[in-house]
Design a protein around this ligand. Structure first.
Ligand code: HMG
Length: 395
């Protein structure tokens, strides 16, 4: 609850990419024992964008079913969260607004704080709805994670977008006060403007994440939050799914709770199904965890979910959400399964070609090859402008 009013996630939909790279292909390429990927980091495959897909096409594909179901009459704000931004000035949300044909009387903005951005967007949306309860906010979290080839981070790439409609009397999850907050100035993961791929201190990033779990939970408790035992499940940011297990183990341990594996599996296991095959989708990852939980778990009506959103650099927020009665009637489980299952597998050489592809910066006309079978595509970079289109068959 935000104050006395129930505000939260009314609808949730995700989209991912045209292609997928199985970790078996990566392991064959670099000679890694596959157990390190499947068990050690908990990843089976990663989504790979086609040459004509980006954060805008994924974001629009995630949000389109929400607009189709609810219309856009009540949407007055679009908040686009990303850390793989395509422009230093223009919000990617404006392209999504255009592709979806949303009304001109809409506020559109882009937010950034590494993987935390989507939670910032969600919390800002809750605040806007509190001020104007008849309005709804469309939150779009879309990212492509990129590390250098042949680096330890390579196995933790991925891409996806989650769209959420935030409003009063939500059909899925009520967002509660208070939040626990934790900021620390650390260089665990960052991407200078001149780089396509992120820089990372792998081990340091895991430590920074765990410190942020501890710090945000401490503040949550001090702000009058609920005891740990009241939560049924925990949606952690999942750069790789094993990280959710490490985080929950750390939280239980620092609060003096039993850390047996079954308890950890019950709390985080159902949140990992999509992330384990999609990979790190940065801002979208925590909410892919929520989609997985709602789509996979037994009836969660009235149950409390803990959300731990971490963004390197770093900031973390812990908050609670309560699952609303009747939520199952509003889920998009078949479409989510289709988004994952429709991806076409790549071999490692094809993945590498896509990874190293970039647009020339000469301002010329650079059409993209038609690869995606999704509803939207990046057709060209022309005169330094990104040209998007709705695909044939999705008109
Ligand atoms: P690495 O050096 O490739 O792997 O780095 P490792 O040697 O640490 O091994 C990983 C695990 O596999 C270990 O388990 C091994 O024991 C195990 P752990 O000790 O951690 O429990 N292992 C095996 N298990 C079974 N069978 C085997 C086997 N071999 C080894 N045969 C690392 C791994 C994640 C650091 C690397 O991939 C990396 O740098 N990734 C990118 C950074 C990252 O994801 N950091 C996570 C925290 S920061 C974060 O979440 C924010 C982020 O999303 C960005 C943002 O906020 O914007 C990244």
């Amino acid at each position: 609850m935000a104050g006395d009013r129930a505000i939260g996630i009314h609808d949730l939909s995700f989209a991912t990419t045209e292609f997928v790279l199985p970790h078996t292909a990566l392991a064959d390429h670099n000679g890694t024992e596959i157990g390190k990927y499947h068990v050690g980091i908990g990843q089976r495959s990663m989504s790979v964008p086609a040459a004509d897909e980006d954060i805008v096409t994924m974001g629009a594909a995630a949000a389109a079913p929400i607009i189709a179901r609810h219309g856009s009459d009540r949407i007055r704000t679009v908040v686009f969260a990303t850390e793989s931004s395509i422009d230093q000035a223009k919000s990617a949300g404006v392209y999504v607004h255009s592709l979806l044909g949303l009304p001109s009387a809409t506020r559109v903005v882009e937010l950034k704080q590494a993987c935390y951005g989507a939670t910032a967007a969600l919390q800002f949306a809750v605040g806007l709805v509190l001020r104007a309860p008849a309005q709804q906010v469309l939150v779009v979290a879309s990212d492509i994670s990129r590390y250098d080839l042949d680096s330890p981070g390579e196995a933790t790439q991925g891409a996806a977008a989650v769209a959420m409609l935030v409003g009063s009397d939500p059909a899925l999850v009520r967002v509660e006060d208070p939040s626990g907050l934790f900021t620390a100035d650390v260089m665990d993961f960052w991407r200078p403007n001149y780089r396509e791929a992120a820089l990372v201190d792998g081990e340091g990033s895991v430590t920074a994440y765990l410190q942020a779990v501890e710090g945000s939970w401490k503040d949550y408790t001090e702000q009058g939050g609920r005891p740990l035992d009241e939560f049924t499940a925990f949606c952690y940011h999942q750069p790789f799914t094993k990280m959710a297990r490490k985080a929950h183990h750390h939280l239980l341990n620092t609060r003096g709770h039993d850390t047996d594996e079954d308890r950890i599996s019950r709390a985080v296991g159902p949140t990992t199904a999509y992330n384990t095959v999609i990979g790190n989708s940065y801002t979208a990852s925590t909410y892919l965890g929520l989609a997985s939980l709602l789509d996979q778990a037994d009836d969660l009506t009235g149950r409390l979910i803990g959300f731990l959103s971490y963004g390197s650099g770093s900031f973390a927020e812990f908050f609670a959400g309560a699952v609303v009665p009747g939520y199952r009637e509003h889920l998009r489980t078949p479409a989510h399964h289709e988004a994952v299952n429709r991806r076409r597998p790549l071999d490692y050489a094809a993945f590498r070609r896509l990874h190293t592809r970039s647009f020339p910066a000469d301002g010329g006309d650079h059409p993209t090859p038609t690869q995606t079978t999704g509803p939207f595509r990046l057709a060209a970079l022309r005169d330094h402008k990104r040209i998007y289109e709705r695909c044939q068959g999705h008109l």
